[in-house]
Ligand binder design. Structure first.
Ligand code: SF4
Length: 292
């Protein structure tokens, strides 16, 4: 409780997932060695954490920049990469420090193995088009899969004639995945549909806990970058449960007018939101309330 009896609580189930914790730990350990370390894309979909690691020396690079580098160390983040990235590294004498999340790695392997039945089947990946994880999954099978992001994407397809093997991105919304599968089944003339529930358990568990958290606070400050799929997924769930849920990137973005009559303020975030950032938000809210 703060001085004027407003309860401020940080969501204990929020914060980095294990995949992101591992990737950051790997980056920090490499940086300690004092060598120049590059990371292919933002190590996590969170601007402030990317800035923190940049201040420690981590250099984030684009794919164009990666293709011009040679003889250096590059981190592959938790989302994973297609095999072409590892081939480029080999050709250019780049040492890859592989921080692919083991869950994503397992999914890549499963998708690759599914190609043995590809002749008579079609692979569908349900996920966000262009998302790095989806690109990494597609790369395992030379792009030979259809990516479906929403039920709308299915409108132009009248019938699925081949047998289907369906996977999802690990951070997919389970309701959207279920809706898409239902729609696919309605359009399927095939004999076999294999469905893999590849949504990460960490993401699934967070859905229930964020609903409870949203219910028990009058205002929720949800800390996440808008380019985090998982962040937007959880933010929308939280907002649907509690209309007084607000998205912010950092403590500097708090709009204090939104907190005026609240007696309970919750602070939550995505699996890509660092705990230190949520603590910073809590401290700033506390400071504001004490100064009122
Ligand atoms: S959300 Fe799950 S699958 Fe994705 S990086 Fe985190 S632990 Fe791995």
């Amino acid at each position: 409780m703060s001085e004027n009896n407003v309860k401020i609580e940080i969501d204990s189930s929020a914060g980095f997932c294990q995949g992101v914790v591992n990737a950051i730990k790997i980056a920090e350990n490499e940086l300690k060695k004092g060598e120049k370390i590059y990371c292919l894309g933002d190590i996590v979909h969170n601007k402030t954490e990317v800035e923190r690691l940049k201040s420690l020396g981590l250099i984030t690079i684009s794919y164009e920049e990666f293709e011009k580098l040679s003889n250096c160390n590059v981190i592959v983040r938790a989302h994973g990469e297609p095999p072409s990235t590892f081939e480029t590294a080999k050709k250019r004498d780049i040492t890859i420090i592989n921080a692919t999340c083991p869950i994503v790695f397992k999914l890549q392997k499963e998708i690759k193995e599914a190609t043995s039945t590809l002749k008579s089947s079609e692979i569908i990946i349900v996920g966000k088009k262009g998302h790095p994880e989806v690109l990494g999954l597609l790369g395992q099978i030379d792009g030979k899969a259809r990516v479906i992001s929403s039920v709308k994407d299915l409108e132009s397809i009248s019938i699925f004639k081949k047998n289907l093997i369906i996977f999802s991105q690990t951070t997919m919304d389970r309701n959207v995945y279920a809706e898409i599968i239902k729609e696919i089944c309605l359009k399927a003339e095939c004999r076999r549909i294999s469905i893999t529930n590849s949504i990460c358990k960490h993401v699934l568990k967070r859905k229930d806990s964020i609903i409870d958290f949203a219910k028990t606070h009058q205002v929720v400050l949800f800390v996440s970058s808008s380019n985090s799929s998982n962040g937007m997924y959880l933010f929308n769930i939280c907002k649907a449960e509690n209309q007084n849920t607000y998205l912010l990137n950092s403590a500097q973005e708090i709009d204090f007018s939104l907190l005026s009559n609240a007696k309970t303020i919750g602070i939550s975030g995505a699996t890509s939101t660092p705990m230190w950032l949520m603590e910073e938000v809590a401290e700033r809210v506390k400071g504001y309330l004490e100064g009122k």
